[in-house]
Design a protein around this ligand. Structure first.
Ligand SMILES: C[S@@+](CC[C@H](N)C(=O)[O-])C[C@H]1O[C@@H](n2cnc3c(N)ncnc32)[C@H](O)[C@@H]1O
Length: 259
C-alpha cells in the first residue's frame, strides 16, 4: 500500500496525499480541516447512514477492549481527533467517577457539534483544540490514548503515533480504530463498489458535499494495512502490539502499551 506521508514530489519538495491527490505537505492539514468544517453539522447522521450503524458496534468494541476502570480509581483518558465525541462519551459512560476525559481535535467545528450533544456537557469532559501531531499536553500525562478514524487524516502519521507514546504514562494503553484492508475475497470488491459510488453520492445528498466524502473514501485506501500499521506503532517504542479485524477488515483496532 502506498505510504501516506513523507514522499518527495518531482521538484524535490515534500508532498502528502490528500485522498488520491498529491498536495504540498504544508497544504494538507488545511484541506482536511475544510472537509471537517464542511461536514461537522451532518457528521453523526452521515456516519449512521454510510455504515448502516456499524460504526457504533466498532466503537463499542473499542471500549470493550479498553475496559476503562470502574469506581473512583483516578483515570485520565485522551481521545485524539475525538470530533463530535463518540469515543469519549462511551468511555465516560463505562468508566467510574474517577475518570476524566479530554477530546483533542484540530477542528473547532467538529468539537462544537460534540459540545451541543446531550453528553457534551459532562463535567468530567474537556474539549481542547490541538493537532494530534503536536499535542498540547505534558509527557506521561494520560493513562490511555484513543483515536478513532482520525490518524488517516494526519500528514505525518509517525509523528502522531510518537505523540501518543509521549503523552502516555508508562503502563499506559494506546488504541486506534481505523478503516483498514479488507481481508475477505468478494467483500473487498463489494466494499470498493459501495464506497466509491454510494458514499460520495450520499454525502452530496445529505451533507451537500460529495467532494468531502470522496476524500474520506480515498484516504481510507491510502492508509497502511493492518501489519504495516502495527510495525509503525512498534517503531516508536510501543510494546505488545496487536490488532483485531472488524467486519472482515473493513476496520481494525490496534492495541499497544507503553511499558
Ligand atoms: C472521521 S472524524 C472522526 C471523529 C471521531 N473520532 C469519530 O470516530 O466519530 C476525523 C477527525 O479527525 C480530526 N483531525 C484531522 N486531522 C487532525 C489532526 N492533525 N489533529 C487532530 N485532529 C485531527 C478532524 O477534525 C475530525 O474531527
Amino acid at each position: 500500500m502506498t505510504k501516506d506521508f513523507g514522499d518527495r514530489g518531482r521538484d524535490g519538495s515534500e508532498s502528502a496525499s490528500f485522498g488520491f491527490r498529491r498536495v504540498a505537505e504544508e497544504a494538507k492539514q488545511g484541506l482536511v480541516n475544510q472537509v471537517f468544517a464542511n461536514v461537522a453539522s451532518r457528521y453523526d447522521l452521515m456516519n449512521d447512514l454510510m455504515s448502516g450503524g456499524l460504526h457504533r458496534l466498532w466503537k463499542d468494541e473499542l471500549i470493550g477492549w479498553l475496559a476503562p476502570p470502574k469506581g473512583a480509581t483516578p483515570y485520565r483518558h485522551l481521545d485524539v481527533a475525538g470530533g463530535t465525541g463518540d469515543i469519549a462519551f462511551r468511555v465516560l459512560a463505562q468508566a467510574g467517577t474517577g475518570a476524566k476525559a479530554v477530546i483533542c481535535d484540530i477542528s473547532a467545528e467538529m468539537m462544537e457539534a460534540g459540545r451541543t450533544r446531550p453528553r457534551g456537557s459532562d463535567a468530567r469532559l474537556r474539549f481542547v483544540q490541538g493537532n494530534g501531531e503536536a499535542l498540547p499536553f505534558a509527557d506521561r500525562s494520560f493513562d490511555a490514548y484513543t483515536v478513532a478514524f482520525g490518524m488517516r487524516n494526519f500528514t505525518h502519521l509517525e509523528a502522531g503515533i510518537a505523540e501518543a507514546f509521549r503523552v502516555l504514562r508508562p503502563g499506559g494503553r494506546f488504541l486506534c480504530l481505523e478503516f483498514s484492508a479488507v481481508e475477505v475475497p468478494i467483500l473487498d470488491r463489494l466494499y470498493d463498489a459501495y464506497s466509491f459510488n454510494a458514499i460520495p453520492a450520499l454525502g452530496e445528498i445529505v451533507a451537500g458535499d460529495g467532494g468531502s466524502y470522496q476524500y474520506l473514501v480515498e484516504s481510507i485506501r491510502r492508509f497502511p494495512d493492518q501489519q504495516s500499521f502495527a510495525r509503525l506503532i512498534e517503531a516508536v517504542g510501543f510494546e505488545r502490539v496487536s490488532y483485531r479485524n472488524l467486519t472482515g477488515g473493513i476496520a481494525a483496532i490496534h492495541s499497544a502499551w507503553r511499558l
